[in-house]
Ligand binder design. Sequence first.
Ligand code: ADE
Length: 281
Amino acid sequence: MPLPALLFEVFTLLPEVFEPYLQSSILQRAHQRGLVEINLYNIRDWTSDRHHITDDEPYGGGGGMVMKSEPIFAAVEGVLGWPPACPVILLTPQGRTFTQSVARELAFGEDTSVPDQTRRLALLCGRYEGVDERVRQHLVSDQISIGDYVLTGGELAALVVIDATARWIPGVLGDPDGVLDDSHASGLLEYPHYTRPAEFRGWSVPEILLSGDHGRIARWRREQSLLRTWQRRPDLLETAPLSKLDRKFLDHLKTSFISSEAEVSSEATGSDEPAQPPGTS
Ligand code: ADE
């Protein structure tokens, strides 16, 4: 078996929550193909006391329990050595926000080249109120949050990171270009998809998709991406790479909206969806 392209070392108090998802998704196929490997380690196995305690009350008082530093350091050092042989990422609501480009960075390193050897990443899942600050200061090299909300632990966040990162590895998805078309990969939301039948309950697939004209279809999809992004996530337009034609289309959307201050007909945008100003849909 060749070396996997991506190897995750996951440190958690709940290894059992990972198994069902990892065994029933595209990730299982990726694992069977030898592309992605995930090792699960129960931090509790590195406790040295009789009761296998992994948490304790916070110094200074206050509610909740704090994950102790000793078993976490022992687990990570036991597996990765000292200093750790790979980046150690703490899943925490205090981390940098996880995005599609962070997923790509994790898959390939900071340059976005295709990996030619195994990329090894350790994920550390916090529980309780948090982890002892010394873990953050002296063990962890990166901190990631999957969004501005608080989960009961880092396990779901770790699964999100594993899933979104693995999708970048060539061969993990059936369609090698799939990841490039995804929402967010181009900095925009993805265009709408349709499959058979061409008419369902009286709702038709847009004519253009049945035309066989690949040039027009590509342009229509691009415009749909721009329209959706303008309607739903206008913030993304500030950083998305846009061509001259894209900007012209967006200007057209904006002027149509300003001049009518009402719905732009689907004809004007080539869309089935009425154009709406940002923030209204
Ligand atoms: N642990 C608890 N909440 C989290 C979040 N939003 N992201 C990552 N890890 C977490």
